[in-house]
Design a protein around this ligand. Structure first.
Ligand code: ADP
Ligand code: MG
Length: 300
């Protein structure tokens, strides 16, 4: 594209909240045949809510929630915020103080799996089944049943172990964005395929993919794994766009031919991206590709 055409297009994009970082991004967006979407915070609203809590031990619900909160207190993960909020509601309901709660000592983040820390003398793990298995915590049939019931409903289960035993679990739900399905179907009509990548488990990922009309899913991938999936697709000769909110997907945004950061995301993502969608609306994925097509086709 000529410098003038690029200027016109970036100006037009900017007025619609689509920040295109230069002519190269525009040229590549024109060739995109595959768009890979992160799940949490990109296809979904990204504000999960606890919709069920269950005990698998003799702790009271309050004790259980307090220990989970202590472990999650210093986590930035949206699931951690959901757990902390839920615990607060439980305390309000039973009339306990909501100002409180110890923070865990020796707090550790297990990327794409959960958190751990010591609450008093107790070792607390909060996270998915992989985290429990990696720490030799047995996940029994009762717990397995709770997990599969909820995953079928597109919910993510958060397991809590205290001193090596599953003490209880939460199920969180993170609704899909209202425009997600429409955008995916519009991309298909443009001859572009849509794929989902997520660190979340296969069953939940598949349920969400079905809701939005995505047929190909890569689940249980860590941040580098997300980038590797992008490189695999490029290896097959595809020009790939990656859309993410940045929590865990900066390497994938960099690896993609066109990295698109959803605006409410992190600074790191905005840095890593070629295009920033400042309204956080998935419709703007189409706006960006459409703008590039119009720009390139006009001048050729
Ligand atoms: P995504 O790719 O969907 O953004 P992540 O890679 O951040 O997901 O996390 C993958 C999974 O790890 C989550 O679905 C959740 O099961 C678990 N997990 C990660 N961090 C936490 C946390 N702080 N508390 C509980 N579970 C967590
Ligand atoms: Mg995300």
């Amino acid at each position: 594209a000529t410098p003038t055409a690029v200027m016109v297009a970036t100006g037009k994009g900017a007025s619609q909240g689509v920040l295109i970082k230069g002519g190269d991004a525009l040229e590549k967006a024109y060739k995109v045949k595959t768009v890979v979407f992160d799940k949490t915070g990109t296809l979904t609203v990204g504000k999960p809510v606890v919709v069920s809590a269950v005990l698998f031990s003799s702790f009271s619900m309050e004790e259980f929630c307090d220990m989970a909160t202590a472990a999650e207190a210093n986590s930035e993960h949206p699931i951690a915020k959901a757990v902390v909020e839920h615990a607060k509601r439980i305390r309000q309901k039973i009339g306990s103080s909501t100002e409180h709660v110890a923070e865990a000592k020796d707090f550790e983040v297990h990327t794409g799996a959960g958190v751990s820390g010591k609450v008093g003398e107790k070792m607390v793990l909060v996270g998915n089944k992989r985290l429990m298995q990696a720490s030799n915590v047995t996940v029994g049939t009762e717990v397995e049943n709770y997990i599969s019931e909820n995953e079928r409903l597109a919910r993510t289960c958060v397991l809590v172990s205290i001193d090596g035993k599953i003490a209880g679990a939460f199920a969180v739900t993170d609704p899909v964005k209202p425009e997600a399905e429409r955008v995916i179907s519009f991309l298909h009509s443009m001859g572009i395929s849509a794929i989902m990548v997520t660190g979340d488990n296969w069953a939940t990922a598949a349920a969400i993919a079905k809701e939005v009309g995505i047929k190909k899913v890569f689940a249980e991938t860590d941040p580098m794994g997300k980038a590797d999936r992008i490189k695999d697709l490029q290896g097959k000769g595809m020009t790939v766009a990656m859309v993410g909110d940045g929590i865990n997907d900066s390497p994938a945004l960099v690896a993609a031919d066109v990295g698109m950061a959803i605006g409410a995301g992190t600074d790191v993502a905005i840095e890593a991206a070629d295009i920033v969608l400042i309204k956080s609306n998935l419709e703007d994925v189409v706006t960006a590709i459409d703008l590039s097509r119009k720009t390139i086709l006009r001048i050729r």
